[in-house]
Write a protein that binds this ligand. Structure first.
Ligand SMILES: Nc1nc2c(ncn2[C@@H]2O[C@H](COP(=O)(O)OP(=O)(O)OP(=O)(O)O)[C@@H](O)[C@H]2O)c(=O)[nH]1
Ligand SMILES: [Mg+2]
Length: 297
């Protein structure tokens, strides 16, 4: 018998959804940073085994009050995952608090498929507190299974996989068995650059940036094959450009070095990375630009 299913991971920003998906699929698919709203798209990570295929979707953390069209699109990605899942993983952590009348409760109560509660970051709090958090959630909502975990340490993730396999039904593979994601190499390269932007710059700057890949060419150099990649960082305000570039170009140089290292590891090839910065006023509210950056369903 062959089983298959879509397993969608939802929760607020920064609770560890991407860390969890990467741990479950055993590969770095989604970028992770200590800043909230790191993930902006729905990203699939696929586990292929002889007798099953599990298609995970990592999603942006849902945002209660979107300020930009971009955030509305991010919330739309989350909504689609409520519609097409076979199993839902609702992730919270040991720190976040929801107001009693938060819409998440109603939304979770309506879920009719197996819904798992994942309480993440248990490595940071004593066990008694973990039990209290679990009780608060299970008093409100009927979860099919509950998993206290530490995604960072892959603690408890095997148990989740086992339960998923028990809860998905007989079905064919939805994707070819050698496919690991729905996203292209270009997408992951732009995400790696965005991860470095989030890590390197402060406050509003990383949130105002998007990365577009201009070219991606396999080439030959004196010392062997090399991939030449050109990427543009779009900032949403003129004042951000000098910050991104830094004094004498120092900041963008540092960014380029950090990003190239990870891109080389990801592609397992030598890479030449050419970064440039452009200003596109208010791109986060510009439908055309959002479409260009892949924020459409
Ligand atoms: N201590 C600890 N930190 C964790 C754990 N899981 C994730 N983190 C950290 O929490 C931060 C957020 O992790 P992400 O996986 O990016 O969270 P996310 O839910 O995908 O966040 P968004 O994409 O912004 O919605 C990162 O700094 C992670 O290293 C965990 O089990 N323990
Ligand atoms: Mg994420």
């Amino acid at each position: 018998m062959h089983k298959s299913g879509f397993v969608n991971i939802v929760g607020r920003p920064n609770v560890g959804k991407s860390t969890l998906m990467n741990a479950l699929v055993g590969m770095k698919m989604s970028i992770i940073t200590s800043k909230p709203q790191t993930t902006r798209h729905r990203i699939m990570g696929i586990i292929n085994e002889e007798d099953c295929q599990i298609v995970f979707s990592d999603t942006p953390g849902f945002i209660n009050e979107p300020h930009y069209k971009m955030q509305e699109k991010m919330n739309n990605f989350v909504s689609t995952t409520f519609e097409d899942a076979d199993v839902m993983l609702f992730v919270t952590d040991m720190f976040e608090k929801y107001e009693e009348d938060h819409p998440v409760y109603e939304r979770l109560k309506k879920v009719e498929i197996p819904l798992f509660l994942i309480v993440n970051k248990i490595d940071l709090r004593p066990k008694e507190e973990v039990l209290l958090v679990i009780k608060e959630w299970t008093d409100q909502i009927n979860f099919k299974e509950v998993f206290p975990i530490s995604a960072l340490n892959s603690l408890g993730t095997e148990e989740i996989l086992k339960a998923i396999k028990e809860n998905i039904k007989e079905g064919p593979a939805y994707y070819p068995k050698d496919q690991l994601t729905d996203k292209s190499e270009r997408f992951f390269v732009s995400e790696i650059i965005r991860e470095k932007i989030l890590q390197q710059y402060k406050q509003e700057v990383p949130y105002s940036c998007e990365v577009a890949i201009d070219y991606f060419k396999e080439s030959e150099s004196k010392s062997g094959p090399i991939i030449k990649i050109g990427a543009t960082i779009f900032a949403s305000r003129k004042s951000q450009k000098p910050i991104l570039i830094g004094k004498d170009g120092a900041a963008i140089k540092k960014l380029g070095i950090e990003a190239r290292k990870d891109i080389e590891a990801f592609l397992d090839e030598r890479v030449f990375l050419d970064l440039s910065v452009k200003v596109k006023d208010g791109w986060r509210d510009d439908e055309q630009m959002l479409k260009h950056f892949g924020y459409q369903q």
